[in-house]
Design a binder for this molecule. Structure first.
Ligand code: AHR
Length: 494
């Protein structure tokens, strides 16, 4: 029997709701078809946004949405996406399939979407191929309330009042698709561009995000942190879980062996090591901790579904993805003292999506249900907690990881939420949970579980969902439970 200790006296950090954030790029069928179908579509919509998708994302508790990219952000010229749709410039989406981008979804549509979702905004600016003036004018267009050329233009386009930008990214992957820069160069450029990201609203200052490293590029983190530490509130890390050993052969989303499953989990769990190491570098340069870590691209990345456009990054989603999401979100919770936001890639029809669509049909993925289950952690306080666990060794990945990965938080009413992921493909785990200085009155639990291959698909009954979980017994100071293999269980304790 494994021991699970939760200490409500040890209140560690605030879990920013934006850790549960999302990312929607002009990539494949994420924005177009997946979210935005246009007002004339037969698919029920409000101002062009699909009602089914918007309602599902609201129900899941989407707190913030990053847009317009990704690599697309560094080729995006915002003025092409405002004004009458028929006059908007068409462009080629060079990064993603070479398709025509008609710019019918632009700045106004993005804010309309966020308003329908009730979520905060995260805009990624163009450093790679845009000018300082262009970025300056975009921020003026979006946020200035006085008399100015850009504020007038916004009003002419039908929006009187400015919008609020919560986060603004100064470039994306500037080490790669965003310009192939060296960190020293990007750090200087960040300072220049950032100077012109003006705060027009002193009550709602924009949180600026510098482009951080890819995976384990600690040199990038060190150099950029050194340059931006006085001028950024966040620095971003990108880490994708790829089961294959090359980008040409990443592996299938649905056809995989048990070893592939463990390799995927082992690689996903690497996020813990990356976060610890990057935070150590950040702290060595900025011990005052002014700059927070942002993980604004993460998730699984497989070969595209057979027969689909390779540039569209469309992949299915199984219980394997649910386990990746559950363990990653537990790790993020545990580091909520330094992680301000994270954005899984991407919301609809791209990579580890929450939702898949096929014309008017919609499927909610196993990953969607993990986010929905975990939404109770948003804005809670992380508690000290520890679980004993067997270790699973993935020889293929050359890495080991715990069978049980958990986190626990408490809300303002004193209710404790504990989420426990059992990453074993076939072995249940019995746990005995003890909660310090607490007389437990009630426990309610939910589970997402299945075979590692289980998925939800179009025209089939939904296989993966959140169900009530009853395989536990309340004790004086906690509970005992048997956690099934390949499952994530949430305990709600009063
Ligand atoms: O999410 C897909 C792509 O992955 C993004 O556009 C880019 O930033 C990253 O390389």
């Amino acid at each position: 029997m494994e021991k699970y200790l939760i200490n409500p006296n040890q209140k560690i950090s605030h879990i920013n709701k934006d850790i549960y954030g999302h990312f929607a790029e002009h990539l494949g069928r994420c924005i177009y078809e997946g979210i935005y179908v246009g007002e004339d579509s037969k698919i029920p919509n409000i101002n062009g946004m699909r009602c089914d998708v918007v309602n599902a994302l609201k129900d899941m508790g989407i707190p913030v949405l990053r847009w317009p990219g990704g690599c697309f952000a560094d080729e995006y010229h915002w003025k092409d996406g405002i004004g009458p749709k028929e006059d908007r410039k068409k462009m080629v989406n060079t990064n993603w399939g070479g398709v025509v981008e008609d710019n019918s979804f632009g700045t106004h549509e993005y804010f309309e979407l966020c308003s329908q979702l009730g979520c905060d905004t995260y805009i990624n600016g163009n450093v790679g191929s845009g000018t300082v003036g262009e970025m300056n004018e975009w921020v003026e267009y979006m946020t200035f309330d006085g008399v100015s050329p850009m504020a007038q233009l916004r009003k002419k386009n039908g929006r009187e009042k400015p919008w609020k930008i919560k986060y603004f990214g100064v470039g994306n992957e500037s080490w790669g698709c965003g310009g192939n820069m060296d960190p020293e160069f990007y750090g200087c450029l960040y300072k220049q561009y950032n100077t012109f990201v003006r705060d027009y609203n002193s009550d709602a200052k924009i949180k600026r995000i510098a482009c951080g490293p890819n995976v384990d590029d600690y040199h990038w983190m060190r150099e950029v942190m050194d340059k931006v530490k006085h001028k950024a509130q966040g620095i971003s890390l990108h880490y994708y879980t790829i089961p294959g050993d090359t980008w040409e052969n990443k592996g299938s989303a649905t056809e995989f062996s048990k070893n592939d499953y463990y390799k995927t989990i082992a690689r996903a769990y690497r996020i813990e090591e990356l976060i610890n190491n990057h935070i150590a570098v950040m702290d060595s340069i900025n011990p005052q901790k002014w700059v927070q870590l942002i993980v604004d691209e993460w998730g699984t990345w497989y070969d595209v579904e057979p027969g689909t456009n390779p540039g569209f990054l469309y992949q299915q989603n199984t219980m394997r993805d649910a386990m990746v999401a559950a363990l990653t979100l537990n790790v993020f919770n545990k580091h909520s003292d330094r992680i301000m936001m994270a954005n899984i890639a991407q919301t609809v029809n791209v990579l580890q999506a929450m939702i898949l669509t096929d014309a008017e049909k919609m499927v909610l993925t196993p990953t969607y249900y993990v986010f929905k289950m975990y939404k109770d952690h948003q804005e809670n306080t992380l508690l000290g907690s520890y679980i004993t666990s067997d270790t699973i060794d993935s020889k293929e990945a050359g890495r080991a990881f715990p069978q049980l990965i958990e986190s626990a938080s408490i809300d303002d009413a004193g209710i404790i939420y504990a989420t426990v992921a059992n990453t074993s493909a076939d072995t249940a785990s019995e746990i005995k949970c003890q909660i310090a200085d607490t007389k437990v009155k009630s426990v309610y639990a939910q589970i997402i579980s299945g075979d590692i291959y289980d998925k939800n698909d179009f025209d089939k009954d939904e296989l993966v969902n959140i169900c009530e979980f009853h395989d536990f017994e309340i004790t004086d100071d906690g509970f005992t439970a048997k956690i099934p293999p390949c499952s994530v269980v949430k305990f709600v304790i009063e």
